[in-house]
Design a protein around this ligand. Structure first.
Ligand code: FPP
Length: 239
């Protein structure tokens, strides 16, 4: 990966989160099976990771498989599981050597043991890297994450009066990761789809029409330029 070579005007987000939408339509438009779109989307992810490093982004979170995606056709679900496994097999060494820390967001129960083990191993192997933190939402749902946090708060015997926003944040899959500054959803769909619903409370959103496999570095730069013009007020007023 190149060093931080790109100068951007204004504020650069520390954390970008992406709903990588439009793989299916990208494939359909080319007369290809949906899975070909997911493979093209995976190739694009490599490029976007590199671009994020170039732009000096510190955290990148991607929505790779939602708790609702289990309802997709069997072959597509299997295909997406296979893609995650292949990505770990093929890319772990390279990602590790580039200083990328991998984090998993979601529940690992429900995922086959061999894949679960690979995910845990990838997280463990890269835990001391700090160039870019890449959080992968896989079997992730924002509501499920909050349910899981509540279950663990109760299991830990936390008293109701001790429950604060900060404490809840520490029980989420994203514990220790700052909230996303910018959430991008490609493909023109204007929904949040159960993604980072707690963490995204004050995120800026950006909705390019481009399908995910075509969302390149130039498009990312456009998103960052748009972000740099936003006035983030967090419910207050501008000074
Ligand atoms: C949404 O497009 C995309 C997904 C549900 C899967 C995204 C997954 C990848 C790009 C693979 C990522 C890599 C890892 C690390 C596993 P869609 O299928 O809903 O597109 P459509 O709306 O056009 O049908």
């Amino acid at each position: 990966m190149a060093k931080n070579t790109v100068k951007l005007p204004g504020q650069v987000p520390s954390h970008i989160a992406i709903i990588m939408d439009g793989n299916g339509r990208w494939a359909q438009a080319r007369g290809l099976p949906r899975l070909a779109g997911h493979h093209a989307g995976t190739e694009n992810l490599r490029r976007v990771i590199t671009a994020c490093v170039d732009f000096g982004i510190q955290y990148l979170t991607i929505y790779a498989f939602s708790t609702e995606n289990w309802g997709r056709p069997f072959e597509e679900v299997q295909g997406l599981m296979g893609i995650l496994e292949d990505v770990i097999d093929r890319e772990l060494k390279e990602l590790d050597s580039q200083g990328v820390q991998l984090r998993h967001l979601g529940r690992l129960d429900g995922i086959k043991p061999s894949l679960r083990q690979k995910v845990n191993n990838a997280v463990e192997k890269t835990k001391n890297n700090s160039r870019l933190v890449l959080c992968i939402g896989f079997n992730y749902g924002g509501r499920d994450e909050i349910v899981c946090a509540i279950q663990n708060l109760i299991k830990d015997g936390i008293k109701p009066e001790d429950v604060t926003e900060e404490l809840v944040s520490q029980y989420l899959f994203t514990a220790g990761v700052p909230d996303p500054d910018l959430i991008i959803r490609t493909s023109g769909e204007l929904r949040g789809s159960n993604f980072l619903i707690w963490q995204g409370a004050y995120s800026e959103w950006y909705f390019p029409a481009t399908y995910w496999p075509d969302f390149d570095k130039q498009e990312l730069q456009r998103a960052l330029e748009e972000y740099s013009k936003r006035d983030r007020r967090y419910g207050k007023v501008s000074p």
